[in-house]
Design a protein around this ligand. Structure first.
Ligand SMILES: Nc1ncnc2c1ncn2[C@@H]1O[C@H](COP(=O)(O)OP(=O)(O)OP(=O)(O)O)[C@@H](O)[C@H]1O
Ligand SMILES: [Mg+2]
Length: 507
């Protein structure tokens, strides 16, 4: 016991002496000499210390200017977040973007190890606390954190050339995943928004639909997913072949076959924003260009019902003019024309072609352009030729494979004795996935699966009966009962069915 007391007493004396010497140095050694001495001490330590440290500050700037949060720091923080939650002993919890979930990150003065290609490194979160507190609007005099990366000097090249790039790449990917995605729609060029100069307005895009939910041929589905992933990871390839980093998809098929649903699945797969472009609200080609340059990269630009959009700019106006010509006096006619011109979009086909693949589409890159249509045969071949619309995807009626996907989604069923009956009926009829989905949707609180399957069988039998009476239906109705529907009904309702309308309906 006695030796312990003596040990602590001598320790105390030693600490006291160190403190005394350091106070003396602070008091009597001039600052410049102090800095000089400290530099030499650091150099001597570096000779014996085999570890190298790189520090990343939370804020950029100095005390005399407004401090900006460093993007590098936040990216590294995002990279470390999943590792911290596994490895750090003390963690801080923050609410993630959109108040959705808790994000864990390491607490101050914590250290976590990481490994890269066999090399071990350590990350340490430190902070500098100001000596004196003063009031400020800006975080100038507040606490400043810094992340320090420590590694052995033999790994210097590996860290500088590969590891840091890996950290930034992964960090950015994590940030993308945590980010809330947006569904933008263009504002009409006349009216309030013209003065506020806001071309797009947005809502949070939070649609749960993924490729797994989509009822379609599994081989085709895999091909599309592969194509999208190849595109999103193909930056270097596009640079190599000298192409703008964009890809066009044309989705065509009858109503209710999943064209809009596929756009949601694409956005969810790639974590891209969606820009739903309503062409009829665009004043002219110049505005179309401005809209494009105002989109961000990592986005899907959608023009729904493209056949209806183009019709509005040309043919329909002409017909009306011809009809009215004989009935009106010339002055009235001119005034009406001017009024109509100011209302109608003057976007031309060539403007749209420029929009897709002209020099304007090269701004920024990483954009997907999607057109949807119920009538591919109505589209100008120039608009959909490969290179503009690189991939043409036909969305079609539901087959048995598609039904199985929907039965799993809606009823959590992999098999059922009624499946065989449905297989025969589905092969004999044309029914859209939207109709199948509607029939499979439980209508009672007990979610009786068998009743839903019977509903579907009933709808399919009715469709069979109708087919016998009226012939093959052009399209199915979307109220769950198969019917003979004139295709004109769908053409005329076309424009009101924009992506945003669909999104809000589905949410
Ligand atoms: N292939 C599919 N897989 C899964 N669900 C589908 C599919 N097709 C349609 N649905 C269901 O039907 C609803 C309507 O489909 P969606 O809006 O995607 O059709 P659409 O092809 O865009 O139709 P329109 O041509 O009228 O715009 C969706 O919300 C979804 O619930
Ligand atoms: Mg649609």
């Amino acid at each position: 016991m006695f030796w312990m007391a003596e040990f602590w007493m001598s320790m105390g004396t030693m600490m006291g002496s160190i403190m005394f010497v350091s106070t003396m140095i602070q008091q009597f050694v001039p600052r410049q000499l102090r800095n000089y001495l400290s530099m030499w001490v650091q150099r001597l330590l570096a000779l014996t210390n085999p570890y190298i440290e790189i520090s990343f500050d939370e804020y950029i700037g100095n005390e005399f200017e407004y401090l900006k949060q460093s993007k590098t720091y936040t990216t590294i923080e995002a990279y470390l977040s999943p590792r911290s939650s596994k490895l750090a002993k003390r963690l801080k919890a923050q609410i993630g973007k959109g108040n959705k979930n808790l994000v864990l990150c390491m607490d101050d003065y914590e250290e976590i190890p990481d490994e890269f290609q066999g090399a071990k490194v350590w990350w340490f979160l430190g902070k500098t606390v100001p000596q004196t507190q003063s009031l400020s609007y800006y975080p100038v005099f507040g606490e400043r954190r810094h992340l320090t990366l420590k590694f052995h000097r033999k790994n210097r090249d590996l860290v500088a050339e590969s590891y840091l790039n890996h950290v930034i790449r992964e960090g950015k990917a994590t940030m993308m995943q945590n980010q809330q995605r947006k569904l933008y729609s263009n504002n009409p060029s006349r009216g309030y928004y013209e003065y506020s100069k806001k071309l797009w307005s947005h809502v949070v895009f939070d649609h749960p639909l993924t490729f797994e939910h989509l009822a379609m041929d599994p081989v085709k589905k895999k091909e599309i997913v592969d194509d999208l992933i190849t595109f999103s990871t193909g930056k270097d390839y596009y640079v190599k072949v000298g192409k703008a980093w964009k890809r066009g998809y044309l989705l065509y098929g009858p109503p209710g076959t999943g064209k809009s649903s596929m756009i949601a699945a694409m956005a969810n797969l790639l974590h891209y924003d969606i820009y739903d472009l309503e062409l009829t609200a665009v004043k002219d080609n110049t505005e179309l260009r401005r809209l494009l340059t105002d989109t961000s990269s990592k986005s899907i630009i959608v023009i729904e019902d493209i056949d209806c959009s183009l019709e509005l700019t040309g043919k329909r106006k002409k017909k009306k003019k011809e009809k009215d010509k004989e009935e009106k006096d010339p002055i009235r006619e001119m005034a009406d024309e001017e009024e109509e011109d100011s209302k109608n979009s003057k976007v031309t086909l060539s403007g749209l072609l420029n929009f897709i693949d002209g020099i304007w589409s090269a701004c920024g890159g990483e954009r997907i352009i999607v057109f949807t249509t119920n009538h591919i045969e109505k589209l100008d071949p120039a608009l959909i030729r490969r290179g503009r619309m690189d991939k043409h995807i036909e969305m079609s009626y539901c087959d048995f494979e598609g039904f199985k996907v929907l039965a799993k989604n809606y009823l959590d069923l992999d098999s059922h004795y009624l499946f065989e009956t449905i297989r025969h009926l589905i092969d004999e009829n044309q029914i859209t996935p939207a109709d199948v989905a509607e029939n499979l949707m439980p209508k009672t609180i007990d979610r009786d699966s068998e009743a839903c399957l019977k509903n579907l069988i009933q709808a399919l039998e009715k469709a069979k009966e109708d087919k016998r009476t009226f012939g093959n239906p052009k399209f199915s109705s979307t109220n769950g009962i198969q019917g003979f529907v004139n295709s004109q009904v769908f053409t005329s309702r076309g424009k009101s069915h924009s992506m945003i309308g669909w999104f809000l309906r589905d949410v």
